[in-house]
Design a protein around this ligand. Sequence first.
Ligand SMILES: Cc1cc2nc3c(=O)[nH]c(=O)nc-3n(C[C@H](O)[C@H](O)[C@H](O)COP(=O)(O)OP(=O)(O)OC[C@H]3O[C@@H](n4cnc5c(N)ncnc54)[C@H](O)[C@@H]3O)c2cc1C
Ligand code: FES
Length: 278
Amino acid sequence: MPDKNPYLPVRATILDVKQETSSDTQDVKTYTLKLDTPLSYRPGQFVEVSVPGVGEAPFGFASTPLVTSSMELTIKRTGLVTDAIHALSPGDSLWLRGPFGNSFPLEKFQGYDLFYAAGGLGLAPLRPMIDMIFHPEYRGKYGKINMLVAARSTKDFIFRYDYDRWEKMPDTKLFKTIDCMEDGWECLVGFPHVLVEDIPFDREKTIAALCGPPIMIKALSASLMKMGMPPERIYTTLEMRMTCGVGKCGRCNIGRRYVCVDGPVFSMAELSEMPPEY
Ligand SMILES: Cc1cc2nc3c(=O)[nH]c(=O)nc-3n(C[C@H](O)[C@H](O)[C@H](O)COP(=O)(O)OP(=O)(O)OC[C@H]3O[C@@H](n4cnc5c(N)ncnc54)[C@H](O)[C@@H]3O)c2cc1C
Ligand code: FES
C-alpha cells in the first residue's frame, strides 16, 4: 500500500487514443496517459480511474512498468464510466488512484517456461508481464514462451500491432485463434481449452497465466489440470465488481479474501480454497 492517502487521485492527461477492435459487439480503446506524478506498479496490478461527475471504475495496467514516461490502459465500453472515458480525446484528463492489488509473482516464475493464454480483452492485464519478460534484462531468467491469443472474430483482437514483434522474440511461439472460420484466416479456429492440448509445451516445467472471460478460465484451467499441470502453477486474474480498491468497503470479497488487496492475481490452488463466486 502506498504511504500516501489511497483516496487521493493524480491527474492523467490523455496523449493518444487507439481504437483496438472493429466489431459491432465490442468497442475497445487503448489510452496512452501522462501522469502529473508517475506511478510505479507491477504486472497484474490495477488503478481506480475516475471521470469527475460520472464515477470511478478499476482497470488493469496494460503497458510495461519499465516505461515510466507514460502508461496505457485498455478499456472496453460497457456502461456509465467506460462510456464517459470513450467520449474523451487527447488533451482531456482522467484521475487515477493506485496502484492497487497484488501482482503476478514473477520471481516465482523464474526458471520456468511460460504459457500465456488470453481471451479477448484478457490480453490487456497480461501485456505488462509479457513485455517486461521480453525485455533483455529479464528474458534470460525465463524459459520458452508459448502464447495463445483468442478472440471471438478477427475484428476482436487487441494489440495486433504487437504480434509481429512478439512472434520474432527468441524461443517464443504465438498461436492466434478465433471462434468460427472466416475467409482468409490462416491461424487456428476453436476454443483455447480444446486447442491447448495440441500446443507442445513441457507440462513439467511450465507456469500458465490465463486471463479472459470466467467461462474460458474455468474450461482452460480444467484442461490444463487434466493434462497434468498442478493448480499451483496456473495463475489468473479476477475482475470482481469493486469500489474502494483498498479492502475497506467489502464490495469485492470472495469468502474471507478481498480481490482488491489479496488479488486480483490468484493461483488455481488458492481459488480452489475459496467459494466459487467468481
Ligand atoms: C482488477 C480489475 C481490472 C479490470 N481491468 C479492466 C481493463 O483493463 N479493461 C476493461 O475494459 N475493464 C477492466 N475491468 C472491468 C471494469 O472495471 C468494468 O468494465 C467497469 O467497472 C465498468 O464500469 P462502467 O461504469 O462503464 O459500467 P457499469 O455502468 O457499472 O456497468 C455496465 C454493465 O457491466 C457490468 N459490469 C460492470 N463491471 C463489471 C465487472 N467487473 N464484472 C462483471 N460485470 C461488470 C454491470 O453489471 C452492467 O451490466 C477490470 C475490473 C477489475 C476489478
Ligand atoms: S473494493 Fe472495497 S473492499 Fe475491495
